[in-house]
Design a binder for this molecule. Structure first.
Ligand code: THU
Length: 132
């Protein structure tokens, strides 16, 4: 599957978002080496800090199906943002531990603008287990 096709799946995943507070739907899709893919969308809560981002829901969904970092090939994230959507700091930290450092991460928006990046670029000098 191409990154463009994975991006389309991330865009469609936005339909699963539960965003009564921000009205900002985000979708994410992770491609695995066996060709399977997992989606995530953001799920909000009246207790705002409990909101969960699309990227983390996608990673956790894949892991709950038995996938690990070694299975992940690519990640796409999409929102109706001005430019390609920028993952939040919490998601960058989680991805830095659970997603391969150099595998493609494509950020996008509904205008078709994209930015290709990776974990290393999104969170240089990340806090990790070696800091503990
Ligand atoms: N959001 C994501 O799902 N991913 C990001 O990386 C950026 C922010 C969500 C969280 C919240 O539900 C909404 O976007 C507005 O911040």
């Amino acid at each position: 599957m191409s990154l463009e096709e994975l991006m389309q799946i991330a865009i469609e995943a936005r339909e699963k978002a539960y965003v009564p507070y921000s009205h900002f739907a985000v979708g994410a899709a992770i491609l695995c080496t066996d060709g399977s893919f997992y989606v995530g969308a953001n799920v909000e809560n009246a207790s705002y800090p409990l909101c969960m981002c699309a990227e983390r829901n996608a990673v956790y969904s894949a892991m709950m199906d038995g996938k690990t970092i070694d299975d992940f090939e690519a990640l796409c994230v999409a929102a109706d943002s001005t430019g390609p959507v920028s993952p939040c700091g919490a998601c960058r930290q989680v991805l830095s531990e659970l997603f391969p450092k150099n595998k493609p991460i494509m950020l996008g928006n509904l205008k078709g603008e994209t930015k290709l990046t990776n974990v290393e670029e999104l969170l240089p000098f990340a806090f990790d287990e070696t800091d503990l």
